[in-house]
Design a protein. Structure first.
Ligand code: ATP
Ligand code: MG
Length: 241
């Protein structure tokens, strides 16, 4: 019913199977999904971004807010092990992030940015690339969750709809919903959203936030946003200055 693997997916799989630069040897021993920053210093060259930064992120909704350039995206990259603190340490379930193999870490983390990249191919392919072991029913499930099912039902190609180069045949809201669906199909216990709802309309933003609230009990979700209206007041908020 759907197009099977295309050269684009084969190429992405090749890239994903490549050895990523080794940061540590340990496999992540996942327990509760607790991320802890302990007295973390971080600088880009001479420019210090974090100084004795302490924070805890646990299961549920965690927000990071703050002005441009205060280090929000840097914190995400530190969690992913892409950047390393110059002092202090970051742990995931008490395991030092710098000792964890990058590939193992990536298996547990999904990220959505504000302008997610979609490759030329179908909606189906652009979602399943988040988890190549997923089944058709999983793709359908995440599409329902992000409320893409009506769009899919209402166009004659359905899941085979060609999104075009960089997703140009879609609106920015549809692209972001696909990006969120791609992140969710991975079923990872950590979900990081770096201004994922920045350039989309109010209705789509509401749908995406509703989706995130539905899954909040299952994952450690960290949301970076400049839109204070979308913050759920019962959640954990870190304000960077
Ligand atoms: N690779 C880099 N090299 C040098 N400086 C950098 C680098 N990446 C970010 N910076 C600087 O570090 C500071 C923090 O950047 P970061 O991207 O974490 O900010 P942010 O809080 O996410 O900001 P925004 O709200 O604009 O996205 C900024 O002043 C930025 O210019
Ligand atoms: Mg940022």
């Amino acid at each position: 019913m759907y197009k099977s693997a295309t050269p684009a997916i084969d190429r992405i799989k090749e890239i994903m199977d490549m050895e990523i630069e080794k940061t540590g040897d340990e496999k992540l021993n996942f327990k509760n999904g607790a991320i802890v920053f302990e007295d973390v210093d971080f600088s880009y060259g001479e420019k210090q971004i974090l100084k004795k930064f302490n924070a805890k992120f646990g299961k549920g909704l965690n927000y990071i807010v703050g002005d441009n350039g205060t280090g929000k995206s840097t914190i995400m990259q530190l969690i992913c092990g892409i950047l390393t603190p110059s002092k202090g340490k970051i742990t995931i379930d008490e395991q030092d992030v710098s000792k964890i193999q990058q590939k193992s870490l990536f298996n547990y983390i999904s990220i959505v940015f504000s302008n997610s990249y979609l490759f030329k191919g179908s909606i189906y392919e652009n979602i399943i690339v988040g988890n190549l072991k997923a089944e058709k029913s999983d793709v359908e499930g995440v599409c329902k969750l992000v409320e893409l099912d009506t769009f899919i039902k209402n166009n004659e190609d359905g899941y085979d709809y060609d999104v075009g180069e960089a997703g140009q045949f879609l609106s920015s809201g549809e692209r972001q919903k696909i990006a969120l669906a791609r992140a969710l199909i991975k079923k990872s216990p950590f979900l990081l959203l770096d201004e994922a709802t920045k350039s989309i309309d109010e209705d789509t933003r509401k749908i995406m936030n509703k989706t995130i609230e539905k899954i909040q009990n299952k994952k450690t979700i960290i949301i970076i946003t400049h839109n204070l209206k979308e913050i759920n007041s019962n959640s954990h908020i870190i304000n960077l200055t």
